[in-house]
Ligand binder design. Sequence first.
Ligand SMILES: [Zn+2]
Length: 323
Amino acid sequence: MPTGIPFAATPVLDSACLIKRMDAQRTLRRQISCVGIGLHSGNKVQLSLKPAPAGFGIRFRRTDLGGHEIPATVQHLAGIQLATGLARNEVSVETVEHLLAALVSMNIDNVLIELNSPEVPIMDGSASPFIYLINEAGVKTLQVPRTYLKIVRPIAISRGDKRIALYPSDHFKVTYSISYDHPLLRHQSRTLRITEETFVEDIAPARTFTFLKDVEMLRQNGLALGGSLENAIVLGETGVLNNALRFEDEFVRHKILDAVGDLALVGYPVIGHLVAHRAGHALHTEFAAKILEETHSWRLVEASSDALPAAAASRAAEPRLAN
Ligand SMILES: [Zn+2]
């Protein structure tokens, strides 16, 4: 250690020890691939997840279009009607939210996602197949601390009766409530602290859902061509067309899944309490963009807990990136 510099102000002090105390960035241990179909196009698509270095973030690459990369951030948002899409230089990827939710909940900070088609495969309509892929690939810890976005003042937006907000909290947790004018799906609400374990057990298996009356309209518009009872819960007028639900409140759990995936577009794991009512992709992603604008409402920190010495914590809390 250089002399004359106070211990607490030394930028490189016992970095290995500090990273152990903080959370280190993670990537995959090896590449992994799968094949599925796009929900809207019905086309077969190959998905590959590849390890990436610290600071790379989550990026998509269209291998069928010369390998243009599209970072998974709000700056590249495009097309948010039925699912969340990203675009850059007129190259797009769609239906990114379930895969993003799986990656961020498994604390994968850096990964290159290759697709040979515009849509992430829908798999079974949930995030569980992506969790399986991540587990098969294995996780590699990188010797660089992870940066979190910690909410210090509330941020909120509402559109009619749709609302979404983030409040300060020591952990990332989500409260979601939905209500529909449908006899089988009136009101559901759930609050959950999101960790690797709770996401894998309670949220990842929850499938996307749609109403039978909407399916015909979607098909006439050339959408949901790959949709089936294999990859979505379909609500008819008198019941669920699928044989069984995975959870009694699978619907609201899936909304939490979507919100976690859309919030990933902030580009940092968020420490705060997300509260949403009747929101959807459009509001989730508008909110993700608003978070980055509200720079007085958050700080960037390198520790997810308060276990750090005060000096290290305050140094880590200095925002390092301009927005
Ligand atoms: Zn979804």
